[in-house]
Design a protein around this ligand. Structure first.
Ligand code: F6R
Length: 245
């Protein structure tokens, strides 16, 4: 657990942790797991700075999204493919051809189940994720694994909680426009990454961070699975760390 004074310092430290994790497998195209949301934005900017300064190169990297909404039309600006193209590919020089996002465009269950299976196969074919970047929901969710998610779950369709839909309504014109379902890597999928890097800043995350890191390992707090992973680095600012003992 690395506590920094403010969000900017948290982002710098997280970027160093990500780059060190990717450097452990030289000679192989790095596979970077990507979260959306506000928490990792500073980290992505710092990775972009590292590229500009010649300290990093993502031109041969693969990007693996954590999750995607179901039912948004292709090209919707808040669909996570578009978000990651803007906030990651453009910023760190990751090729759009090397960005994998679960395909949430189908509306029937069989196609979505097939998309989830295909996504797991894609991750396996790349040899797994080297470093998975994560944020945490105020309710302790990880990816879109809401409280009650099975600890060994794989990529699948999930219903979004009302809390998460309200939290994400800021990206849409209103709550009614926020999708009700998503495709998300499961907790078991996330645990398969070689290194997990969670970024959380602000007092709104303090309770969730404390429950995840110091509470019991429980499906009621999905991010508590971090305790189970042998190489997890949690990057917090002081506000997000305020609930830790
Ligand atoms: C995003 C994701 C979510 C977010 C979480 C925190 O791909 O899977 O788990 O990381 O909701 O969101 P922010 O960072 O916006 O507070």
């Amino acid at each position: 657990i690395l506590v920094s004074p403010d969000p900017a310092a948290t982002a710098r430290r997280a970027a160093d942790v990500v780059l060190a994790g990717l450097a452990r497998r030289p000679g192989r195209d790095p596979v970077l797991g990507l979260a959306t949301g506000s928490s990792p934005l500073g980290l992505y900017q710092e990775l972009g700075r590292a590229v500009a300064e010649g300290r990093a190169d993502f031109s041969t990297a693969h990007g693996i999204a954590l999750d995607e909404y179901v039912g948004l039309p292709p090209g919707h600006p808040e669909g996570y493919r578009q978000v990651l193209l803007r906030e990651v590919c453009d910023v760190i020089g990751l090729s759009p051809d090397r960005l994998a996002v679960p395909d949430g465009s189908a509306t029937d269950e069989a196609s979505l189940v097939a998309a989830a299976t295909a996504y797991e196969e894609r991750i396996a074919a790349l040899g797994g994720v080297d470093v998975q970047i994560l944020g945490i929901g105020a309710n302790g969710h990880l990816g879109f694994n809401e409280p009650g998610s099975a600890l060994a779950s794989r990529t699948r369709v999930k219903r979004l909680s009302e809390r998460t839909r309200r939290d994400n309504a800021r990206f849409f014109t209103g709550l009614d426009d926020v999708p009700t379902h998503c495709l998300t890597q499961g907790l078991g999928t996330i645990l398969g990454a070689r290194r997990l890097v969670l970024v959380a800043t602000g007092d709104g995350k303090a309770d969730a961070v404390a429950a995840a890191l110091e509470g019991p390992l429980t499906a009621s707090v999905p991010a508590s699975v971090l305790q189970w992973h042998p190489d997890t680095v949690v990057c917090l600012d002081e506000a997000a760390a305020a609930g830790l003992r």
